[in-house]
Write a new protein. Structure first.
Length: 468
């Protein structure tokens, strides 16, 4: 009995101590909890909704009936259609969207008499190899810093990823070339990258610790670089097993969009095929524009530690008001040119392939508002540029103002509008972030901004997650 009383006394003291500590340190005290509970007066309507939520999806209850009507598929300006591709269970949307732009450009320059389908698997091999090199070289560069240093954590947290942007295609295609999809089709691992990426990440983290130890032991630079090369050789071997040995040479005959052979079969290297089908240097042709209302417009910015920093260049872009980006995009579409573009994807009906504000009316369902603007959503990690799609069409009203937009997605023909998605003008303004466009459609005063010294943006900025 004595022990029991002692236990009760200790428990009481502990609870009182915890309550005092909670009050001191900003925790929830009993008084605070009581006040919170007293403010809760549940109406009959809320009780009914709580009962429904116990057995139904929130989205089913929040679905806005006023926006479930037939989707208008008419567009006053639309670029020529092409085959829809499917990234499947991988984060390569940026690569698919970039290649959509390049193949549509090739078809347009041949008056739609020739078509080309580029291999994502081929270039993804070198993308992963270069990202592995970024990690290994990054661990060497930061080896004298603590494991708790933010730069070191950046590398070890994500040694490599599927994600990227159009900048990656600019660097990779110029360096390694391109091959047709028929020559290097997708593999199971390129379409289902999660486990392959996990295995490579585990190996790279192990290698990163070894390289840090070599630097700490003051090994010579040549010895460290030789060991890094050996590590990359092992990564290359694993990638060859999963994605296929990179093609050095192949034979190919051009075809039209219906699959009919046009011309003689020729032998190509990947770089020769790149030069023949892309023709002009990508980096001299395209420019990246951004709508980020957190920062001043008409300024150049660059993101540190892009995924191809040591083998290419960082993201560099011009920040513009959304009105300017829309005007440039419309000019490009009027000339039949598709564009790489990227978005966040809230309020997207994936089954119908439709994006609009309040497709799901959470405010009414929960009786509260969600008032953050675009800049606030980015700053708080609520919104980020997460998915790349190819901008293909716009519908203009009688005053030449956009009312809706259309994108070619990379989720296969069975999704959305037969592989396409439609977004309202209001949604576009809130959730569109990046546009890559041919420089000839950009006003000269904006082009000149490229020559300015860029403001550096840290790698952990909320907006700059690689598109997947």
């Amino acid at each position: 009995m004595k022990n029991f009383k002692h236990l009760v006394l200790c428990s009481s003291l502990m609870l009182n101590g915890m309550a005092a500590m909670a009050q001191t340190n900003g925790g929830i005290t009993p008084e605070m909890l009581n006040k919170i509970q007293q403010t809760r007066q549940q109406s009959n309507a809320e009780k009914a909704l709580a009962n429904a939520m116990a057995t139904m999806s929130i989205n089913d209850l929040a679905k806005n009936a006023a926006k479930q009507g037939k989707i208008d598929n008419h567009f006053s300006i639309e670029t020529p259609k092409q085959n829809i591709h499917n990234q499947k269970s991988s984060g390569r949307c940026w690569m698919f969207s970039s290649m959509n732009v390049l193949r549509s450009r090739f078809a347009l320059e041949h008056n739609d008499t020739l078509a080309v389908e580029y291999s994502q698997d081929y270039l993804f091999f070198y993308d992963q190899l270069e990202k592995a090199n970024l990690f290994l070289q990054g661990t060497i560069t930061t080896a004298n810093k603590s494991m708790d240093d933010p730069d070191v954590k950046f590398f070890f947290k994500s040694p490599l990823s599927d994600g990227g942007t159009f900048c990656g295609i600019m660097d990779l295609a110029k360096k390694y070339g391109l091959v047709p999809q028929s020559v290097r089709p997708e593999t199971y691992q390129s379409e289902n990258t999660r486990l392959m990426a996990k295995i490579l990440a585990t190996k790279l983290r192990e290698y990163g610790l070894e390289l840090r130890s070599m630097v700490a032991a003051k090994k010579k630079e040549a010895a460290i670089n030789n060991r890094k090369t050996e590590m990359l050789a092992e990564v290359y071997r694993i990638l060859s097993m999963t994605l296929g040995e990179p093609i050095k040479e192949f034979t190919y005959a051009h075809r039209d969009k219906y699959g009919n052979i046009k011309g003689e079969e020729k032998t190509y290297t990947p770089l020769e095929f790149f030069k023949e089908t892309v023709n002009t240097p990508i980096e001299d042709t395209f420019i990246m524009l951004m709508n980020d209302p957190r920062h001043p417009y008409y300024k150049v910015y660059e993101v540190e530690y892009d995924r191809h920093t040591y083998d290419g260049h960082n993201w560099r872009y011009i920040n513009l008001p959304i009105e300017d980006i829309e005007s440039i995009a419309i000019t490009s579409l009027k000339d039949g040119r598709k564009m790489y573009s990227s978005y966040d994807l809230p309020q997207m009906d994936r089954n119908r392939g439709y994006m609009d504000l309040d497709l799901w009316d959470y405010s009414t369902l929960f009786g509260t508002q969600f008032p953050m603007n675009k800049a606030e959503r980015i700053s708080t990690f609520e919104s980020m540029s997460a998915h790349a799609m190819t901008l293909t069409a716009v519908d203009l009203d009688k005053n030449g103002k956009p009312t809706k937009w259309k994108v070619e997605n990379s989720w296969g023909e069975a999704t959305g509008q037969q592989g396409y998605a439609i977004m309202s003008e209001a949604w576009f303004r809130e959730y569109m972030f990046r546009l890559v466009v041919d420089k000839k459609y950009v006003p000269e005063n904006i082009i000149k901004l490229q020559n300015e010294k860029p403001t550096m943006i840290p790698y952990d900025d909320p907006l700059f997650v690689n598109e997947e």
